[in-house]
Design a protein around this ligand. Sequence first.
Ligand SMILES: O=P(O)(O)OC[C@H]1O[C@H](O[C@H]2O[C@H](CO)[C@@H](O)[C@H](O)[C@H]2O)[C@H](O)[C@@H](O)[C@@H]1O
Ligand code: UDP
Length: 912
Amino acid sequence: MPGNLYNNCSNLPATPTRLERLLRERELRKYSKCLNDCEAELPSSTQDCFSPDLETSTCWFNDEELLETVSASRSLNDDGERLDFRTSKQRLLVVANRLPVSAVRHGEDSWQLEMSVGGLVTALLGVKEFDTRWIGWAGVNVPDEIGQKALAKALDEKLMQRCIPVFLDEEVVHQYYNGYCNNILWPLFHYIGLPQEDRLATTRSFQSQFDAYKKANQLFADVVNEHYEEGDVVWCHDYHLMFLPKCLKERNSKMKVGWFLHTPFPSSEIHRMLPSRLELLRSVLAADLVGHFVSACTRILGLEGTPEGVEDQGKLTRIAAFPVGIDSERFIKALELPEVQDHMKVLKQRFAGRKVMLGVDRLDMIKGIPQKILAFEKFLEENPNWCNKVVLLQIAVPTRTDVPEYQKLTSQVHEIVGRINGRFGSLTAVPIHHLDRSLDFHELCALYAVTDVALVTSLRDGMNLVSYEYVACQESKKGVLILSEFAGAAQSLGAGAILVNPWNVTEVASSIGYALNMPADEREKRHHHNFKHVISHTAQEWAATFVSELNVTIVEAQLRTRQIPPPLPIEVAVDRYSCLNNRLLILGFNATLTEPVDTLGRKDSQINEWEPKLRPDLREPLRKLCDDPKTTVLVLSGSARNVLDDNFSDYNLWLAAENGMFLRVTTGDWMTTMPENLSMEWVDSVKNVFEYFTDRTPRSQFEVRETSLIWNYKYSDVEFGRLQARDLLQHLWTGPISNASLDVVQGRRSVEVRSVAVTKGAAIDRILGEIVHNKGMKEPIDYVLCIGHFLTKDEDIYTFFEPELPSEVPASVRPQVPTQVRTSIVGSRAALLMKQNSMSAVEQNKSYAIDGDTLHSMVTDRISLQEGSSVLDLQANDYFSCSVARKRSNSRYRLQSSDEVVTLLRELADHR
Ligand SMILES: O=P(O)(O)OC[C@H]1O[C@H](O[C@H]2O[C@H](CO)[C@@H](O)[C@H](O)[C@H]2O)[C@H](O)[C@@H](O)[C@@H]1O
Ligand SMILES: O=c1ccn([C@@H]2O[C@H](COP(=O)(O)OP(=O)(O)O)[C@@H](O)[C@H]2O)c(=O)[nH]1
């Protein structure tokens, strides 16, 4: 799971194991060697790592362990064993709003450093495999140069140059951190919505807060640039720094940039409320690797989301899932320390004879502290016998205290606690111990270890590491975890915890009773389940996976950017054509054989000419080619049958309409190759959406085909068309197609909806079977030229003829081109089916009158030319796949435009 969508992704791929990652990295290393490009090599920084000079460090921290943690120079070998590497570690720049230490000023040039509180810091403290530098804000305004220099020096000396401060002035902190981050993004990302109160004031200040946000992000970028060394991995964290990837990439496009979100990412319905929604998402997409937020990108930006990631203007941003964890060993080991044992002893004595329940949260509205306390009150109300036998210890760490919402929350919680203690307390004991402060690490471990129940009632939470820490410290006691179903941790610890809806006070109250009375064997089982998870899904694993994925992504991106095929060597293609005897030409129609569309839209007089037309200058060469007995021409298009009929009825060729779902030779009738189980029930509802947008988008149009619907805005104003397309997608996804097995294929100026099974590559097998059979071919096809302006989804047609080659590796880096591309017995994988009932009455009369059984035997018959021989016998040099007017493609070659198609077809037609 990612650091964000914990709450809404259920079927994401499992995180690869360390071994899988390494294997993958090695595989890519091989590729990058093929690329013959030193820069493509995976990083292996040789920076020495320093270990802290504990001898000379005075007690600057209230937690000395921090020093060790921040400066640790350990690593893991392939088997997960710890090694003590001091060299060859990857340099990692961790950029987060918050440094692991916060600074407290003690004089003009004297600073005390304290450990920062929060899950982000905890998780990142577990990151030890790398040579890490932290870049962040020390939580304090330092207006003067003397103070800044002294703080930088203190961090530099005491944390071995590992913490680099970013200085933000008071006004920026106010507008960026208190304002935009914590009053706008934080509540929105946690489904609380934008602030309702002072609405006008907020709207007015929104722009200035957003400006400050961008400015702050730029300041972070400046510090990163100052410290960046070639080969570093830059890992940006959280909602504070959504602009950072863009700032960094603008300055240095080669920088390896990852971005990880620690909060939930809201559904697109929520995110679209944000006035700066597009800018923010686009900036994040400048990163090479981000946490999982595909749906927001596809629905808000209207981008194409794939299992690999999101593609924006040719750049793929890899999206993957990375569940954060803790350094469990650190907690487990701490329990042995004398100071922790001492704390435990004191606590046990203090609460002897009572069950102890624990809450540890920052005092934040997302943590559901009032709800938790009210549920506890209800439990006491309903179970008076427990009144003197149970106590709730609530550690509520003050946080973001300058934000009014947090101030209000503090008063509200104090009021409820006071009321309940007044109501159920006695002279000697109160039911709730509420602490408005943080604890140090040892105190916290002791508390985790001695308490009977932990109560986590977050209304939303990215992960909630407190629940992990509690489990890590409960190996001997086997306490019960009550956990909100709205915390990311519910997905990982749900099996062992008691899951609750924090809004349902009655349910939480009864869960408290259940937990307090749980028999030992059930506690043991539940704990065991969670403990196993916590110790195996650690912060180390999280960071290692993320960084390794980022490295892999970079190499993959380099491979992708090379997928700009070379120009088609027309002379060679013509030469090979002349040498061979059974040639197949597969031609796309739109933007291949048609005239180019004027990007600004056609003249008014032409706007009714929606239908694509064969270029007049192609008529003659096409006719010659079609009439050549050694050549078979197939026009394979997404267009409907009537469109192809209108353009090609006079030629002697094959027509495959609707991406191959319908087929005919021009001397015969249409037949369908449509799989029988293709459901078209969705058509009407999608049609409604398309109609609605066609009405509202001048010069757009939609076409209802038999197997797909397409809305295109190629003659509309491009910008407006794009905006409308985004909105249209939003409507589709939230409505008609939310549960259907459909593909939405976005073209440059179109949106097409079709069944998942329909692609040109999927159809070509059946089509070839039919052609070979119909023509009574005696010799196998020995030359294939396949050219078209095909959508990515349809590019499977190029790879159909060369299955041995991985489609993602461009021709230029293929290790060895096999001499034989494909020898295939076509038709064996898919049957050619007649589906008369999908045609109109007139069409039915025209189509074959064949029953199912006859058809089946036809299909079996046409499996091969003769017993044992194949319909394709293609040598690598005689196969020319070629994209038209597309920059990147899986084809072997490309032509710039349909003008070049004219040149090519003319030369083929006139070959000697
Ligand atoms: O830096 P602060 O404003 O004081 O806030 C503390 C941190 O709160 C958030 O933590 C999140 O990260 C945890 C680890 O991934 C996760 O378990 C938790 O659910 C989140 O709320 C925030 O995202 C951090 O940036 C803050 O530093
Ligand atoms: O007095 C305290 C209370 C809490 N924490 C730490 O604060 C983090 C809280 O992380 P969590 O993911 O639960 O939520 P967040 O506060 O980041 O939203 C945990 O690692 C706690 O150990 C701490 O250091 N001192």
